[in-house]
Design a protein around this ligand. Structure first.
Ligand SMILES: [Zn+2]
Ligand SMILES: [Zn+2]
Length: 174
């Protein structure tokens, strides 16, 4: 299937300094993210400026996409919208190792947008910065429940640390 973000840049390539705007809303399915964080049936928002240089086209602007995830401590469902600024280079003869190719006076924004959005959506978010998470003993959500095992766990942790200290202070025999 042809990329929905294939842009003809013949005009741009003719004159360094010329500019073209690309503002689109593309269905998330077009990107084949294969990533559970990307929201099915949502729209990816693309607001990019293409600017012709002597040795390529610089693409800069803003990308937005919806995401879903869960708090890494308490597993609460979280969702949001990520916004990211991008600046990427396209070249007909790829010299810059980070540049994307211009093929037959066309450039494809799809892979570039895809890669940048995957970096923009959170990997392991928290519901709140100080989320206490789940009790490791009984599984209670410590944000809403006082389960009573927390003290015991803390005591066990201190006891384990005390044991370590004893080991360290022990003289080595070899
Ligand atoms: Zn949480
Ligand atoms: Zn507990």
């Amino acid at each position: 299937m042809a990329s929905p973000l294939l842009i003809n840049v013949a005009e741009l390539l003719r004159r360094a300094g010329s500019v073209r705007e690309v503002d689109r809303r593309i269905d998330v399915d077009a990107f084949n993210f294969d990533d559970p964080r990307m929201v099915a049936n949502s729209q990816v928002e693309i607001g990019l400026t293409l600017e012709a240089l002597t040795d390529g086209i610089v693409v800069h602007g803003r990308l937005c996409a919806d995401w879903v995830s869960e708090c890494r401590r308490c597993l609460r469902q979280l969702s949001g919208r990520s916004e990211t600024e991008v600046q990427e280079l396209y070249q007909a003869v790829v010299i810059d190792p980070d540049a994307y190719p211009i093929v037959g006076e066309q450039l494809d924004l799809l892979e570039m947008v895809r890669e940048n959005l995957l970096l923009a959506v959170p990997v392991a978010p928290l519901c709140t910065v100080d989320c206490p998470g789940l009790c490791s003993q009984c599984g209670a959500d410590l944000q809403t429940t006082k389960c009573g095992c927390s003290n015991k766990i803390a005591d066990e942790r201190w006891a384990a640390l005390d044991l370590l200290k004893i080991d360290e202070s022990r003289p080595t025999t070899e």
